[in-house]
Design a protein. Structure first.
Length: 225
């Protein structure tokens, strides 16, 4: 039986990464945080700013590899672990800005299709249920209130040693959500058949259990049980 795929989308700091990685661990599936791919390309563009190469070409020539590190997902860009470099506020904003470029999106979506073609993947991002894996049997749109998301992000950045005030975090988050949900190509929105989960007052474990319950039901349907 081919394992199913799980698509999780949602705005900034809705908990997609931590929840997605836990769901993947429980299912022994691969976990892919597609946000890291956009961040890695943003980082590449920023560090090669003087280059004459087109941004879309830089994205198309990028090679991504993953290490399933349980505490924090790790991405290798062109053979180098860049994971620690991807969370500064300027890279966050730039990743959202370059994600409006359709040529860049096309290259990254192609990589994502290649990774997911055998199933058995939990993929998180903004357009997974709508564009990347429209046939995924389990689609979740994860949200939480702006304040809950801002304070989670603030904590996360603090733990990564990034000094930024809660107000700045909130501002950056609102701006990124605006760019991500109003762009023309693959805007952030729930797929029509996605299950909405508001995690404002739920624990991580409670959300993980909810998603695992959907996976079980969907898996039985897909496999004719
Ligand atoms: O999930 P994240 O915050 O690490 O993502 C960084 C940016 O990448 C986000 O603001 C928009 C973009 N992104 C996207 O457009 N599509 C995806 N599937 C994942 C991320």
């Amino acid at each position: 039986m081919k394992p199913i795929s799980v698509a999780i989308d949602g705005p900034v700091s809705a908990g997609k990464s931590i929840i997605g990685s836990k769901v993947a661990a429980r299912l022994s599936y691969l976990f892919i945080d597609t946000g890291l791919m956009y961040r890695a390309v943003a980082w590449k563009i920023q560090t090669n700013f003087a280059s004459k190469k087109k941004w879309s070409e830089m994205a198309a020539l990028s090679k991504f590899e993953w290490r399933n590190n349980p505490s924090s997902p790790t991405i290798l860009l062109d053979g180098v672990d860049v994971s620690e470099k991807l969370f500064s506020p300027d890279i966050s904003l730039l990743s959202s800005q370059i994600a409006t470029n359709s040529e860049i999106r096309k290259s990254l979506v192609k990589c994502q299709h290649d990774i997911a073609k055998e199933g058995g993947v939990v993929m998180v991002g903004r357009d997974i249920g709508t564009v990347v894996l429209p046939d995924a049997p389990v689609k979740v749109f994860l949200t939480a209130s702006v304040d809950a998301r801002a304070s989670r992000r603030y904590q996360d950045l603090k733990e990564r040693g990034i000094n930024i005030s809660l107000d700045q975090v909130k501002e950056e988050m609102i701006e990124r959500d605006r760019i991500d949900s109003t762009r023309v190509d693959s805007p952030l929105k729930p797929a029509e058949d996605a299950v909405l989960i508001d995690s404002t007052t739920l624990s991580i474990e409670a959300v993980v259990e909810k998603i695992l319950a959907y996976v079980q039901t969907a898996g039985l349907k897909v496999h004719g049980g």
